[in-house]
Every structure is written in C-alpha cells, then in structure tokens.
Design a protein around this ligand. Structure first.
Ligand code: 5RP
Length: 246
C-alpha cells in the first residue's frame, strides 16, 4: 500500500547517506518535539513531509493524541491522512497552534523565498493564522541576499500571464512561465493558476518593497516572498548545518 511504501521510504531515508536528507530528518525530529496533544498544526511543503511522517509515528505509538492538521497543498493533506492525522480545511479552524514549512531561501532578516512547490499562496494564509511558525532550513537555504539562487515564484491568473510578465520586466525581473516536469505544458497550481518564476540578475535589493510591487500587479494572486512577522523570532541550530527558524 501507499502507507507501507511511505514507511519504507522513511526508513530508507533514515539510512540514507544523502546529506540533505539527513539534515531534513534531523530538522523534522527536532520540530515534532514542539507538538503537544490537541494542537492544530499547519503543514507546508518540502521537508514538512518528514515532519508528517514523524508525527505519524508519535500518533501510532500513542504519544500524541487529537492532532488536527491543515495542509497547504493537496500533497501534504494526503500524506497527513495517510499517517493518521485528522485533516480539516482552513475555513474550519479559527487559529493554528504551530505551522511547519520548508523554504527555498532565507536571509538574515528572516525574509523567506517560497514557492518552489507552487504552494506559497495558501502557505501565506496558513502562516497568517498561526501562533508559531517553524521554518526548517538546511544550511544551503540561508543566503545573504534573497534571490541569489532561486527566482521569485509569482502565482498568476492563466489569462494574465502576458500583461503580468511585462510588468515584471518593468520591475527589473526576467520572467519565465514554469513548465511541468516530465509533462508538456505549464505547472498548474492547486488553485488552478500558473506560476511565473522571476529572476533578478542583480539580486533583490529590497525584498519587502518587491513583495508589495509584485502583488499590486493586476492578475497576480500572490508571490513567494514573505517576511516572518513573529516578534519572538530566533534561529535554533539543530546540527552544524541545519536550522530551525521560529
Ligand atoms: C514551496 C516552498 C519550498 O519549495 C519547499 O518548502 C522547499 O522544500 P525542501 O525542504 O524540500 O527544500 O517554499 O512553496
């Protein structure tokens, strides 16, 4: 079954020599220590799948009870169900106790670049409802200047890709419609939109301003730049090369 497959994948990962996977697993194990029975959990993407697997183990062992999960995309909702978490829709909860998410880049001012998995629009809503936000970041994700390695993901109404691209060029960006891997055609998000990846060859000088300037373009749903708004921000070094930013 899928569950057995996922469990085998989890234990294979635990034995893996791949350093990124080892870091992700270390982060996930540390992250679940923050979860208590009865909590409403927000689930993002990427390394979050290992958090879901670790939560599933604790639920299976009876160490955690009555966990309710809100997933930011179809994949995290499905995985949560498979690992025994009760999933609900965003509209069904007033508040989220703790959200876990991966990230594409994070700078030293806790500016995040999200959207590698095209789920950033819903993730930003999930963050806005959370008391605590835990970002799982391997050392490769920490950058001096946002936009160094990844483009800014912009979720766009499919009928507006041309006018939006022109406005993104005017902001100094180089836009490219994201194509689906191993399929012909563009990536379509869970919300039915397309993604324009915008690179900034000179780096992003002012991430907060860029986030606002992109989001006022008609046809843009949301972009992957986000500043963590929590005032109790700190960085926890989980191992020499991986961090929890919360
Ligand atoms: C999706 C994202 C990132 O692409 C994703 O969370 C990164 O995951 P990983 O931990 O696998 O590198 O922000 O919107």
């Amino acid at each position: 079954s899928t569950l057995n497959h996922l469990k085998r994948r989890s234990s294979a990962l635990e034995n893996s020599q791949n350093s990124q996977d080892v870091f992700k697993l270390a982060l996930a194990k540390k992250a679940v220590e923050l979860v208590k029975s009865g909590m409403v959990i927000g689930l993002g993407t990427g390394g979050t799948s290992l958090v879901i697997e670790e939560l599933g183990k604790l639920i299976g062992e009876g160490k955690l009870k009555d966990i309710v999960a809100v997933g930011a995309n179809y994949h995290s909702r499905l995985l949560a169900k498979q690992f025994g978490l009760r999933t609900v829709d965003l509209n069904d909860v007033d508040n989220i106790d703790i959200v876990f998410d991966g990230v594409d880049e994070v700078d030293f001012n806790k500016n995040l670049l999200k959207g590698g998995e095209a789920a950033h629009t819903v993730q930003k809503v999930v963050y806005s409802m959370a008391n605590v936000c835990i970002i799982l970041a391997e050392h490769t994700k920490v950058v001096h200047r946002l936009g160094s390695k990844f483009p800014v993901a912009v979720e766009v109404l499919p009928l507006a890709t041309s006018p939006v691209s022109r406005r993104l060029i005017a902001l100094g960006g180089v836009p490219e419609i994201r194509s689906a891997l191993r399929k012909d055609g563009p990536v379509i998000t869970d919300l039915g939109n397309m993604i324009i990846d915008v690179s900034f060859p000179n780096g992003i000088q002012n991430p907060a301003e860029l986030e606002k300037n992109i989001n006022v373009i008609p046809g843009v749903v949301d972009n992957g730049k986000k500043q963590l708004a929590f005032h109790f921000l700190h960085i926890l070094r989980v191992c020499s090369l991986c961090y929890i930013i919360c």
